[in-house]
Design a protein around this ligand. Structure first.
Ligand SMILES: [Mn+2]
Length: 362
């Protein structure tokens, strides 16, 4: 990333124009006769990023496929590498999935679009990163800026807003959000985000219907209206998550020193929501919501803090043996988490000062 286009760390027009230029140039290395594969995260920001890119490629007469990464999946895992090698693609875009030094598929023309704290800077791929900018653009906004290098995307601005709201950057003051709010209405946008985030949080964990809606809807009202059959699937997922949340809210935090630990056991991905809720009530604590029911053989956890603690550093300082760096302590300074197998979890909570009651069977 070049320094000359920074001004007070804000994403200026010059910064955006420079990224568009780099993106356009990176696409020249994609093989035109073969489909482009977009790998993306299954939350609202990742889904909207994938939809923006896929729709822009379609408008540019490029073949494109989207592969959402679901629970327990990682773009840099050996499983994903072999899945990628088995496909005949002309280029790869990795959106909202983090950043590492090595490309997911060495030798493949690759663009990474992301806003998390990078765990390495790729040499072989283009990195479009919002990290370090204030306010920090979400992946959806970065994707929308990049897509503007290919085609007209004004009508897709609502998708960028979906990611901004989904990643809780609503108060960041991006003019793009203000414009989307004016055109599509903030209530419809917020309600759409809530619905789109439901399927990946539900026990089924399949965000496919949410993506399908974003690939064809012309705005948030079309996501919500029921005109498309996927909306009913999202509503059912949301009802299941609401039930799990109602129960999860009854779990009391266990406190040691400056750590509040909340134990959950549900197939729904509610641990980030529970951690977020307790963060507001336990302002001087690091809140960790741990879920033993999300994926068999694993403890998944979300951490939030309202204080100045850097959670990336906190997790580095308490890293147990056997923690996989891809699945542990990444994300943002005030919103992190991960997944540990029982032995590593037990070591982790013991190092925080918790007793036997927080251990899980190994
Ligand atoms: Mn994101």
């Amino acid at each position: 990333m070049s320094n000359e286009s920074f001004e007070n760390d804000q994403p200026t027009e010059a910064w955006v124009a420079a990224r568009r230029g780099e993106f356009r140039k990176a696409l020249e290395a994609f093989v035109p006769a073969k489909p482009i594969l977009v790998l993306s995260h299954h939350d609202a920001d990742g889904l909207s990023s994938a939809a923006i890119l896929a729709r822009a490629f379609q408008r540019s007469d490029r073949q494109v496929q989207v592969r959402l990464l679901g629970r327990g999946e990682n773009a840099w895992s050996p499983e994903m590498a072999s899945e990628l090698r088995a496909q005949d693609i002309g280029g790869l875009i990795v959106a909202d999935l983090g950043t590492r030094a090595e490309p997911p598929l060495p030798g493949m023309a690759t663009v990474l679009i992301d806003h998390h704290v990078p765990t390495g800077a790729p040499e072989e791929a283009l990195l479009v990163s919002g990290h370090g900018l204030h306010p920090t653009p979400t992946t959806s906004l970065l994707a929308w800026w990049c897509a503007g290098a290919m085609t007209k995307v004004d009508d897709l601005l609502w998708l960028a807003a979906i990611g901004i709201i989904g990643d809780m950057e609503e108060a960041s003051g991006f003019p793009e959000l203000a414009a989307a709010r004016e055109r599509w209405g903030i209530t419809a946008l917020r309600n759409a985000v809530s619905l789109l985030n439901a399927p990946r949080r539900a026990s089924g964990g399949d965000a496919g219907p949410a993506l399908a809606l974003l690939l064809k809807a012309d705005g948030p009202k079309a996501v919500l209206s029921g005109h498309f059959p996927e909306t009913a699937l999202l509503q059912a997922a949301k009802a299941e998550v609401q039930d799990a949340l109602a129960e999860g809210r009854r779990a009391a935090p266990h406190i040691r020193n400056n750590i509040a630990l909340i134990r959950l056991h549900t197939a729904c991905q509610i641990h980030p929501l529970i951690a977020q809720q307790w963060k507001g009530r336990l302002k001087d604590k690091i809140v960790i919501a741990a879920n033993t029911g999300y994926r068999p053989g694993w403890v998944h956890f979300a951490a939030r803090t309202g204080q100045g603690t850097d959670l990336i550093e906190f997790f580095r300082d308490h890293k147990p043996e056997g923690a996989d760096p891809i699945n542990y302590g990444n994300g943002h300074a005030q919103a992190s988490g991960g997944a540990l197998q029982p032995a590593a979890w037990n070591q982790f909570v013991a190092s925080l000062g918790f007793g036997a009651d927080e251990q899980v069977p190994e």
